[in-house]
Design a protein around this ligand. Structure first.
Ligand SMILES: N[C@@H](CCC(=O)N[C@@H](CS)C(=O)NCC(=O)O)C(=O)O
Length: 244
């Protein structure tokens, strides 16, 4: 069997807007796959029903986008992938944009054009950037490490993230970036909050408070619970032992 079926069983008939649809999100190992987490959270925020299929990433070809089982569903060789009645979307941000169009009433982007522009800039900054934090702090929901002597690039990125976390929220009021409901931008920064917890990164009080909001959001908690229940060591990368 190539895939592990998680959650609600086989394909079901789903309804979003007026359309009946079948949506399946293919994800990687939940403890490690931060890209998968973002799309999954946004689908959860949307309220649309969907099936989740976990593909084992600890396999031959990992890191080269050459895992056979991934290539069978993803032209880029990466997850997450959304399959909507045969339409394949193979990028986490593109998936979230599509879900926002399927569920316009859920305000997955802020309604005000100015706030929406800022939300998109924040999301794009995360999607394309913070490569140093991502490299030295691989996403790992299970491990806990004491703070390391981070290099200059990483320290600079941590400062930028601290500013994003504290200033965005304080400008708009509310628990999340743009009010009291999470948006796509919040989903994109949730894996950073998780990394900061895993690697013991010290933040300003305001930034830490935002991280705690993200890490206590109910859909994140559901993801984390499923991740820890399914965890097994990842052998194709040193993520479980990186700072031993
Ligand atoms: N830009 C892609 C990146 C996705 C990505 O890198 N996914 C990782 C898992 S978290 C992957 O599939 N890696 C497979 C590999 O490196 O072989 C997105 O946003 O979806």
């Amino acid at each position: 069997m190539l895939y592990f079926l998680c959650g609600s069983g086989a394909h079901r008939t789903l309804r979003a807007k007026e359309n009946v649809m079948s949506l399946t999100l293919y994800i990687g190992n939940r403890v490690y796959s931060s890209w998968s987490m973002r799309s999954w959270l946004v689908l959860k925020y949307s309220g649309i029903e969907f099936d989740t299929l976990v593909i084992e990433l600890d396999a031959a070809g990992y890191g080269k986008r050459q895992i056979k089982q991934v290539l069978e569903i993803s032209p880029s060789g990466t997850v997450p992938v959304l399959n909507h009645d045969g339409l394949i979307i193979w990028d986490s941000l593109a998936i979230c944009e599509y879900v926002a169009e399927l569920a316009p009433d859920r305000e997955l982007w802020p309604t005000s054009p100015k706030a929406r522009a800022v939300a998109r800039a924040l999301t794009a900054e995360m999607h394309a950037g913070f490569t140093s934090v991502r490299t030295v702090m691989p996403h790992n929901l299970k491990s806990r490490w004491v703070a390391q002597d981070w290099n200059a690039d990483t320290r600079r990125e941590i400062l930028r993230l601290d500013a994003i976390f504290s200033k965005t929220r304080n400008q708009c009021g509310g628990r999340f970036f743009f009010g009291d409901r999470p948006t796509i931008a919040d989903a994109f920064y949730t894996p950073i909050a998780s990394r900061f917890r895993t690697y013991g990164v010290t933040l300003s009080d305001d930034a830490q408070a935002y991280c705690e909001v993200l890490l206590s959001e109910p859909h994140f908690l559901a993801w984390e619970q499923a991740a820890l229940a399914a965890w097994k060591p990842f052998k194709a990368a040193p993520w479980d032992t990186i700072y031993q």
